[in-house]
Design a binder for this molecule. Sequence first.
Ligand SMILES: Cc1cc2nc3c(=O)[nH]c(=O)nc-3n(C[C@H](O)[C@H](O)[C@H](O)COP(=O)(O)OP(=O)(O)OC[C@H]3O[C@@H](n4cnc5c(N)ncnc54)[C@H](O)[C@@H]3O)c2cc1C
Length: 381
Amino acid sequence: MYPSLSYWERETFFRGIDVAVIGSGIVGLTAAIHLRERSPDLRVVVIERGTLPLGASTRNAGFACFGSISELLDDRLLRSEAEVWALVARRWQGLKRLRERLGDAAIGYEENGGYELFRATEQAVFERCADHIGPFNRELAHIIGRKEVYKLANAQIPATGFQGVTGLLLNSAEGQIHTGRMMHALWRLAHRLGVEMYNGIEVAGLESQSDEILLHTKQGWTLHCQQVLVATNGFARRLLPELDVQPARNQVLITQPIPGLQLKGCFHYDRGYYYFRDVAGRILLGGGRNLAHEEEMTDDFGTTPLIQEALLQLLHELILPGTMVEVDTWWSGILGIGPEKSPIIKRLNNRLSVSVRMGGMGVAIGSLVGEEGAEVVLTGS
Ligand SMILES: Cc1cc2nc3c(=O)[nH]c(=O)nc-3n(C[C@H](O)[C@H](O)[C@H](O)COP(=O)(O)OP(=O)(O)OC[C@H]3O[C@@H](n4cnc5c(N)ncnc54)[C@H](O)[C@@H]3O)c2cc1C
């Protein structure tokens, strides 16, 4: 049982809110920042159930990526060519916004490239991907203004030390960030701009009325607001069951520091289902949810022996064969995915809007989606 609010708390903190943003991930914080930048007089409150954000934004791998060749080829099976490239352009634009807003030093941005690797059993997929380097580079040149972004990198395989890898493709425009520093910088900026942050409050229900919208919380308290933006991504259906957003868990490990580690950059394997990178002389490795598809469609945090074993096998046999390496820690995070890869940004009624379903590249697109969600709140479209 939580204590009831005092009169002072109820009248000061829980009433008179112009915009409440639910969720303090990259999308919610960016939306709140954008609202204050556009309308400094608005009282903007971010409601977050965790002590820190408790979803994906502080738990991801920090790839500043916009699409590897095999992922884009997969996407083209379900979507038109134009849709696929439009989404790539939005990811690139989102990354640009993130970097402009916070600065590369603050977010630890480094452009070390992104590699996609293939084993001998995946030779046919590798060849299909390699055949698309030319046409994909022509498309990308229009979007990011650089030539020859994707390249064949087989010559670098021996230097990687990877076991059994026979094909390597490079995306030279892919970067990596320090996820913790990025979110900390975003959080500090929100504070500086006068965004109010209420942590440890979980919204349990929304009630739209003619003159306000009420947020009923798990604690039994009610917030009175003029507008609400839901930015809860993988948890969106808990509040709005009609939204087509599925939670998907991703499990991650980070090793202890590895003396003499040469590996630099981001690496994608098996159409993006596995990913790893260097972080301060360690390897961060995650993925494998395709091994237990049903079980991993959950918004419960946790790790499972099946996926842990698969990740450890990849670490010891493919990435660092013959090297003694220990795991420092494991964690999980929750993605929001759906039949469409594009986010849902819309107004549900005259007081309620949503910005959710970031998919696997929310570091890239999240800034844009936060800003667009804020614009929907301000302008209605
Ligand atoms: C393990 C992992 C690795 C990833 N790696 C990458 C990567 O390398 N590159 C990349 O681009 N993307 C990556 N992603 C995806 C990216 O992290 C997400 O797309 C992005 O962080 C989503 O941001 P968000 O703000 O929409 O959601 P979230 O960060 O999930 O934020 C939602 C917030 O809402 C809060 N919340 C939920 N319900 C309520 C409620 N009822 N009341 C109050 N608060 C609530 C949650 O606590 C949470 O803090 C990865 C994701 C995971 C899980």
